[in-house]
Design a protein around this ligand. Sequence first.
Ligand code: CUA
Length: 184
Amino acid sequence: MALRPPEVRVWWNEPIARGELAWIAIAFLWGLFMFGMMIYWHLEGKQNLSTEVYRIDPDLYAQRAEEVTEKYKIGEEGDTGVPIVAPPPGGDVYMIARLWEWWPVIQLEKGQSYRLHISSLDWQHGFSLQPVNINLQVHPGLEHIITITPLEAGVYTVVCNEYCGAGHHTMTGRIRVVEPGQGG
Ligand code: CUA
């Protein structure tokens, strides 16, 4: 019980039990191992992304995102009015996180590389791309740029995985990946 102060106030001079010492050593070595794995997964597993991050004013980010969206818009998602944006291969494309949506819908060609910009206009959100499970923290004022090359066609869902208020659970978006030449 921690309700009373410890009997021996200078606890750090007390000897450590062997069992406890063993667990501290195991935890330390595991930490070192996992640190090494972060680098390994970056190089081999394609799990840890290389992102560029820049400071940006949210209003400026919104302006750029809207310009690029307008430029490469190919239609709208169902009757939601959310634009579908198909940037040219190698091009830049913007995604906005805000209460409570990911905007716009993005359409990419399989096997092509793109520079995907992501930022928030209001609160902290979490970019979680499913089912491949790529995750990023998204803050207003910071712009992530990720170079991505989708390897499989399909519809990917972006969910917000950072609690952001009443509409958090509705904050989803889409990235479509189409076979080369099937973009419209
Ligand atoms: Cu945005 Cu949760």
